[in-house]
Design a protein around this ligand. Structure first.
Ligand SMILES: C[S@@+](CC[C@H](N)C(=O)[O-])C[C@H]1O[C@@H](n2cnc3c(N)ncnc32)[C@H](O)[C@@H]1O
Length: 254
């Protein structure tokens, strides 16, 4: 029986497994982290917020980049405890990105790495971040690329599965459509066989229009490819990621 979680990171057992997995299998460091780090603007003297700061390593990174003050928030009390352990110097709160309890216009830069796809209403996150950013402040975030979640898995045999967005035809007639790009929806994935992880899929235009409606202008959109070192470390993942995007990064400006 899969273990069902409303938010997987609220389970101590899940967080423990996630941390072991992240240590053993740091595949994000070959595509997400390099691109996110490169996109960080100068932080000298800036007040910075990290949303979904997880175990806290990004708090140390943002500090190293010269930030004057770094604040981290995470909705999971277990992640908050880990962040406090790994970045004891930082200000860290248990808080949801959907309800940012900070003074208006108090941050220069907001950073969120692979966290906001766990939140049902991305528009609410944008309006909350907009509120707490100073004028000209930047919101840099990464999330799962919609292409990744639009694919439908088709079992071809006991061992072969196809992941596809497309359709089959019989003669000139469309026979069957695989995948769904347009419909925003909740997705449930099975991690480590037994944990059900819930996140949210939206098409790219949905994300962009919600950001614009919150008041942001778009400074940059990145679809990072893996760095060369991934070819040796994770050849299988590399083969796929060099052709099909896995994450997307947005840099928004207030
Ligand atoms: C995949 S982890 C990424 C952690 C960290 N940013 C990193 O890159 O190592 C996602 C994080 O988002 C947090 N999260 C999920 N929903 C959230 C919410 N509504 N508000 C704040 N954080 C949330 C989780 O608890 C988890 O720590």
């Amino acid at each position: 029986m899969p273990k069902k979680h409303r938010n997987a990171y609220d389970s101590e057992d899940f967080v423990r497994k996630y941390i072991v997995f992240q240590r053993k299998d740091p595949h994000h460091k070959y595509f997400d982290k390099p691109a996110m780090h490169k996109a960080i603007p100068s932080l000298k003297g800036k007040v910075v917020l990290a949303i979904g700061c997880g175990s806290g390593s990004e708090l140390n990174y943002l500090k190293k980049k010269g930030a004057d003050k770094v604040v981290g928030i995470d909705s999971s009390k277990y992640m908050v405890a880990l962040s406090k352990l790994n970045a004891p110097w930082a200000e860290i709160h248990k808080m949801s990105a959907s309800n940012l309890d900070f003074k208006a216009e108090s941050f220069d830069f907001v950073y969120s790495d692979l966290a906001i796809h766990y939140i049902r209403d991305i528009g609410k996150v944008f309006s909350e971040v907009y509120k707490i950013l100073k004028k000209n402040g930047i919101f840099l975030f990464s999330t799962t690329h919609p292409i990744e979640d639009t694919l439908e898995e088709v079992k071809l045999s006991k061992h072969i599965k196809l992941k596809i967005l497309g359709y089959s035809k019989i003669g000139k007639k469309v026979n069957k459509v695989y995948g769904d790009y347009f419909t925003p929806r909740q997705i449930k994935n099975r991690w480590w066989e037994e944990d059900e992880v819930v996140f949210y899929y939206t098409p790219i235009s949905y994300i962009i229009n919600k950001a614009i409606r919150a008041g942001f202008s778009i400074q940059q959109v990145l679809e990072p490819k893996p760095i060369a070192a991934m070819k040796k470390a994770y050849p299988d993942f590399y083969k796929r990621m060099i052709k099909i995007p896995f994450i997307i990064i947005f840099k928004l400006k207030k």
